[in-house]
Ligand binder design. Sequence first.
Ligand SMILES: [Zn+2]
Length: 177
Amino acid sequence: MLGIRRLNFVDAQCGGTRSVCVMKTATFRIVPLPTKVAEEARRAAESGAADHAVIKVDSATGFPCRHCLRWAQPGERVILFPYASIPPGHPYSETGPIFVHVEKCERYNVTGEYPADFRNGRAFRTYDANYNMIDAEVVNENDPEAMIEKLFQNPKTEFVDARSVTHGCFTFRILRA
Ligand SMILES: [Zn+2]
């Protein structure tokens, strides 16, 4: 049974008589925006950088924070700024707008679980080790974990980026566990 890995949760499989628990870990790892990048954005916004806009949130599902991986809530403030999710120097290089909370927030740390706020409205883009996009799928809201497993079945898949299916904006990265 150790060879069978479950996607979405860390499952505890407990033996009967000896109460031995074998932890089965997720097959993927969610990678939120690094805290360093969020803090740099906060500093840039505070110093009035022209490409860092502070916005007061007015919708419960319009402003995803890439650091805590939650929807910012009405009344909270977010920074809108450009982020190079695919670094310069490659055909698929890409810089696009993302949000982070203005106030300090806790970086998403349940990295073996798919973020609950983003089961809807995401597309997955698959990249190889040279940052070439090799596949793309619209997420099935009921089972993003199964789609991640399928995309990682391709041995060339280095990482998968979750993006907004409507606006195209980078949301988070997914690596093999
Ligand atoms: Zn946040």
